[in-house]
Write a protein that binds this ligand. Structure first.
Ligand code: FNR
Length: 369
């Protein structure tokens, strides 16, 4: 029996399989006006097609909890009721195909107000609809303008913004919420000693650096129903400590294990284990499954369920990760862009029953007599 196609129970939710769609920004919302941050027909198609393609859980891309948290002006957002209403249609479509609708809530911090990738690198100037960014301090992300340091009042307001967006996500019909704590986004900048340049109670020691991300998790957990799961995505390493040429102190796999225990204690149900920074600079070969050992370590040392992500493209590879207990689920990004119906192919190759939409299943599955 395929481990990949065995359901996964998280609280009282059962996810039908362990092929999950990773959150992926599509930079496809209106940049300004009443439609800013509102999902469009593109988002509906993008997400619903992977649900029709058999993914067990489909995660909507990094969705900003307030306008200034968008990585690009074209990001999705969930700070008003027009966005919530459009997301309700997306969540219902995902669910109609038998997948679990999930959403990642985010604030891009000092990486915000950036051009979308196909418009070239760099920040969007204020006269073109860009905005001043915020972060732990005023150190710029390479290639971007310097942010302003968040005051404690603004940090507390942001905790409330995450909770308000989670309430809207729930009302829109999402069953899983993920807090984005990875990839140099705002919460990740607080976590990493290489990003956090504060000297108050939100910077310095490990405990201080975790204070804001954990406050967000507590606030989201408090509004999310007891019977539904909350996930957290982290960068398990920023590849600095592994880099002999970089003297900076980075965030490490060991820190991730410590963070996982704190998240577990606050009711986070699964750690989605990514990495940040540039692995190649630390001479780490970016090979299939190169991030999986971090998910494996968290699971082994804490017992916390984990999701593995990164260059997972083959059914047997995904099956091995789950069957060997290295992670509880896999999240596929680019392979699901290439091949939206990957899960049906994987099910067939692994001897499981593909979850075809009823409109297709009767036609493509050999008739049983
Ligand atoms: C991403 N990734 C990403 N991660 C995240 O946490 N939130 C996001 O919104 C995005 N956006 C995004 C857009 C695009 C186009 C890509 C390719 C990636 C990272 C993604 O979730 C995943 O972790 C990586 O792509 C690695 O997995 P794959 O693509 O090797 O399966």
């Amino acid at each position: 029996m395929s481990a990949l196609f065995t359901p996964l129970a998280l609280r009282s939710l059962t996810v039908p399989n362990r092929v999950w769609m990773a959150p992926m920004c599509t930079y496809s919302a209106a940049a300004q006006g009443p439609e800013a941050g509102v999902p469009t027909d593109f988002h509906l198609t993008h997400l619903a097609s992977r649900a029709a393609g058999g993914a067990g859980l489909v995660m909507a891309e990094a969705t900003a909890v307030r306008a200034e948290g968008r990585i690009s002006p074209q990001d999705l957002g969930l700070w008003n009721s027009a966005q919530q209403a459009a997301f309700a249609r997306v969540a219902a479509a995902i669910e109609s195909y038998g997948a679990v609708p999930a959403i990642q809530l985010a604030h891009a911090g000092r990486k915000a107000s950036n051009r979308r990738p196909w418009d070239g690198p760099g920040a969007v100037p204020e006269e073109e609809g860009g905005w001043a960014t915020v972060s732990t301090g005023d150190t710029a992300f390479p290639g971007l303008p310097a942010p302003r340091a968040l005051t404690v009042d603004r940090i507390e307001q942001l905790v409330g913004d995450f909770a308000a967006a989670a309430e809207r996500a729930l009302a829109a019909g999402f069953r899983v919420v993920e807090v984005h704590g990875a990839h140099g986004y705002l919460l990740n900048t607080f976590l990493s000693p290489a990003g956090n340049d504060r000297t108050d109670s939100y910077g310095g020691s490990f405990e201080n650096r975790l204070r804001f991300p954990l406050a967000v998790v507590e606030a989201v957990r408090a509004v999310w129903p007891e019977d539904l799961p909350v996930l957290f995505r982290t960068s398990a390493t920023d590849w600095l400590t592994e880099n002999p040429d970089d003297p900076r102190e980075g965030w490490t796999g060991e820190d991730t294990v410590r963070l996982a225990k704190e998240l577990q204690a606050r009711g986070v149900d699964l750690l989605d284990v990514s990495t940040g920074g540039v692995a190649a600079k630390a001479r780490i070969p970016v090979a299939p499954g190169y991030q999986v050992p971090f998910a494996e370590r968290v699971r082994a040392e804490t017992g916390m369920p984990t999701g593995a992500v990164g260059l997972i493209t083959e059914p047997v590879q995904a099956e091995e990760i789950v069957a060997s207990g290295r992670a509880d689920t896999v999240l596929l990004g680019r392979q699901l862009l290439r091949e939206p119906y990957w899960a049906h192919r994987a099910a067939a190759e692994l001897g499981a029953e593909p979850r075809w939409p009823v409109q297709y299943g009767y036609a493509v599955t050999p008739r049983r007599r």
